[in-house]
Design a protein around this ligand. Structure first.
Ligand code: G6P
Ligand code: ZN
Length: 542
């Protein structure tokens, strides 16, 4: 029943920020997915007889790879797999299932916010027994295995019916098809004041949640409409589709512009939110106000005690380096630790496991807490709702009051997508080479106080991660950060993060791009963005 199939290595299976992501046709090459899955197993130790969680965001090719993963798990000696019904498990829900049932780990099939379909993106990532993304040591080991793989093991079994919950046996292994929503919904219920939220909706509070035809649809429907009594129609685009309806399931101001427009319009509901392909990102828009992800983590942390799950207070806050410093001011006021990590949720894992941080957030629309080991879109939405219910104020009131208390960090990210890799690398190399000469010089009237390439020293395991983004720090606390995306699938994406702190309350309603104009110009002067990339302006501004 178990076959060992000879195979040849592929040279391009290096996992990025969040697992291996490629176009579907790349994954459809002979044994491409099998090679990677076998390499994951080969890099792991001690899973014989243990349980593996398998699920995905429902994108094109999800079902095929789930069948392969089940058959390979059986052949490699797992005792059991737990598979989300229909092949569905959001990334945070998978993280929770791994933790709740103390499984060995999990395989999540997703390319997150990237588009799906026969010519779009697919991805495979491995999460460890703590429920979090594989640490770099493990992804490096997996990559090493992909380079020398010569065979994989697979069980000859009929395709498993993944649409019916229940338990079956396949090649000696137990296959349990689980309700993908139930455990997660129960977890949310344990963290938030569902009674208060039911009252909120009963009082006529109107909300819009856009699942973008991705994985959070069934979760949001169940939690918001069924359990919390939000009116039917609160959730939009809630049916997961293999191609996300032809859209980018990326909840930002570009790909969720319709939601933004609605929230700024005359008949805006009270609160708007969206999540991405695999359910770990969030977009928060109050009536008449967009909340940047950097602000959101700061505001959630400042108010977290209003939710039952966090009433004991926070141990600390962690944010990725390019995320604005808004959360730092909250941590300072609360007298708790603040940690600055490289981009990538996996870097929060140690801090969460060691109970040094309770809430984490990234500028890339990710916010989460120690309830799982992934960022969690719906969790952020529910915490916002809990805060709105507890304070009895609008999102806009909460935001403006936060700025008045802590000052406002004007913040924007400019992305230059699909730049030729050589040109993007040349920009970074040149910038890196002149870093030492920058401090003390002035650009556009702004004096550079410091310039470096961010290196992270993990306070838990002592590991060091270098070259995590170039920071230009100006006098007065403004800064510009440059880094290349680790999640793209074609060419290179240059990200430029721009931030300016404004303590003066009378200057808190400026247009963000106008408030940052001098820094944006300085960034181009310093890095030669236009000349290197050939792009006169960014492709996406968030
Ligand atoms: C994924 C990770 C995030 C990370 C983001 C950055 O979504 O889960 O933790 O912040 O990628 O992506 P980038 O394209 O900037 O490397
Ligand atoms: Zn995602």
């Amino acid at each position: 029943m178990i076959r060992t199939v000879p195979t040849k290595p592929y040279s391009d299976q290096k996992p990025g920020t969040s697992g291996l992501r490629k176009k579907v046709p790349v994954f459809q090459q002979e044994h491409y997915a099998e090679n990677f899955i076998q390499s994951i197993f080969d890099a792991l130790d001690g899973f014989k007889g243990k349980t593996l969680v398998i699920g995905g965001d429902g994108r094109f090719y999800n079902r095929e790879v789930i069948q392969k993963a089940i058959a390979m798990a059986a052949a490699n000696g797992f005792g059991k797999v737990m598979v989300g019904q229909g092949g569905i498990l959001s990334t945070p829900a998978a993280s929770h299932v791994i933790r709740k049932y103390k499984t060995f780990g999990g395989i999540i099939l997703s390319a997150s916010h990237n588009p799906g379909g026969p010519h779009e993106d697919f991805g495979i990532k491995y999460n460890a027994g703590n429920g979090g993304p594989a640490p770099e040591k493990l992804t490096d080991a997996i990559f090493e295995k992909t380079k020398t793989i010569s065979s994989f093991k697979i069980a000859d079994i009929d395709p498993i019916d993944i649409d019916t919950t229940g338990t079956v046996k396949a090649a000696g292994m137990t296959v349990e098809i689980i309700d993908p929503v139930a455990d997660y919904a129960e977890l949310m219920e344990s963290l938030f004041d569902f009674d208060a939220l039911r009252k909120l909706f009963k009082s006529g509070f109107r909300m819009r949640f856009d699942a973008m035809h991705a994985v959070t649809g069934p979760y949001a429907k169940e939690i918001l409409e069924n359990r919390l009594g939000a009116p039917n129609g609160t959730c939009r685009n809630f049916k997961p589709l293999p191609d996300f309806g032809g859209h980018h399931p990326d909840p930002n101001l570009v790909h969720a512009k319709h939601l933004y427009d609605e929230m700024m319009g005359p008949d805006a509901p009270d609160f708007g939110a969206a999540s991405d392909g695999d359910g770990d990102r969030n977009l928060i828009i109050g009536k008449g106000i967009f909340v940047t992800p950097s602000d959101s983590v700061a505001m959630l942390a400042a108010n977290a005690r209003l939710a039952p799950g966090y009433k004991a207070g926070l141990k600390g806050i962690a944010r990725s380096m390019p995320t604005s410093g808004a959360a730092d001011r909250v941590a300072e006021k609360l007298g708790i630790g603040i940690y600055e990590t490289p981009t990538g949720w996996k870097f929060f894992g140690n801090l969460l496991d060691a109970d040094m941080a309770t809430i984490c957030g990234e500028e890339s629309a990710g916010t989460g807490s120690n309830h799982v080991r992934e960022k969690d879109g719906l969790w952020a939405v529910l915490l916002w709702l809990n805060i709105l219910a507890a304070r009895g104020e609008s999102c806009k009131q909460i935001v403006t009051e936060h700025w008045a208390t802590y000052g406002r960090n004007y913040y924007s990210r400019h992305d230059y997508e699909e730049v030729e890799s050589d040109r993007a690398n040349a920009l970074v190399d040149e910038l890196r080479a002149k870093l030492a000469s920058l401090p003390g010089t002035s650009v556009r009237g702004l004096k550079i106080a410091n310039a470096d390439d961010f290196a992270y020293h993990d306070p838990v395991d002592g590991s060091v991660s270098k070259n995590q983004g170039i920071r230009i720090l100006f006098e007065g606390g403004s800064r510009v950060v440059f880094r290349l995306s680790g999640t793209g699938t074609s060419g290179a994406t240059l990200r430029v993060y721009i931030e300016r702190y404004e303590p003066d309350k009378s200057r808190h309603d400026l247009d963000t791009q106008a408030a940052l104009a001098d820094l944006i110009a300085a960034a181009d002067d310093i890095a030669g963005i236009h000349s290197h990339t050939g792009r006169p302006k960014p492709s996406v501004i968030t």
